[in-house]
Design a protein around this ligand. Sequence first.
Ligand code: GTB
Length: 220
Amino acid sequence: MKKMTIIITAFERSPDGGKGLARDTRVRWALEEAGQPYEVRLVSFRAMKEPAHLAVHPFGQIPTYEEGDLTLFETGAIVLHIAERHGGLLPGDANARARAITWMFAAVNTVEPPILELAIAKFQEGDKPWSKERLPLIENRIRDRLKPLSSRLGDADWLDGAFSAGDLMMVSVLLRSRASGILDEIPNLAAYVARGEARPAYKRAFDAQLAVNTGKLPAG
Ligand code: GTB
């Protein structure tokens, strides 16, 4: 069977200037871990809300994933799809696989919401009169998630045995809590994230998105 080209979408210019925080990085990382080549279609903020992109992503966001006649959105679903079809991201044992997928859901459904809330509160509501009082409340909600995660991780390298898509998603989510200083309050989680960043596949993904945002290399 002919291998289909994988095409993902990413910001034409990420608001973070290439710090790797936009969500295409986690998809690039999964593809790099799986050893799958991919192409990137860059989209502007305006193009994201136009019909052509809305046909691929109903909420007008990035990233998306296209492979032949399959189109996907939502990074959790995209990373799971990649992990299920290629080796290296999910264990072979059925129970271990289910646990790795559980960590993927925990990342996007339990840990990411307060981290995202803080970003929204800072960048979209920072000028509101109540903002200063609200920020510490959200920061504590992040701590309420990171502390139990830290206890569960303990001194292990990864959340459940070998590195998996669960770690890929969790590290990706935690990266966005670093700027607040909260990640560095918890040394074993900071080290966990650093281990993720040190993986060659992460570095390739990071460099690829950085190149787009600094205009140094073609998107693919
Ligand atoms: N739940 C979806 C998923 O996981 O795929 C969320 C997708 C999403 O939020 N996409 C964002 C987007 O397209 C980009 S990643 N936003 C444009 C819009 O909604 O109109 C979020 C993001 C954006 C910018 C930074 N940054 O600059 O630091 C970090 C993360």
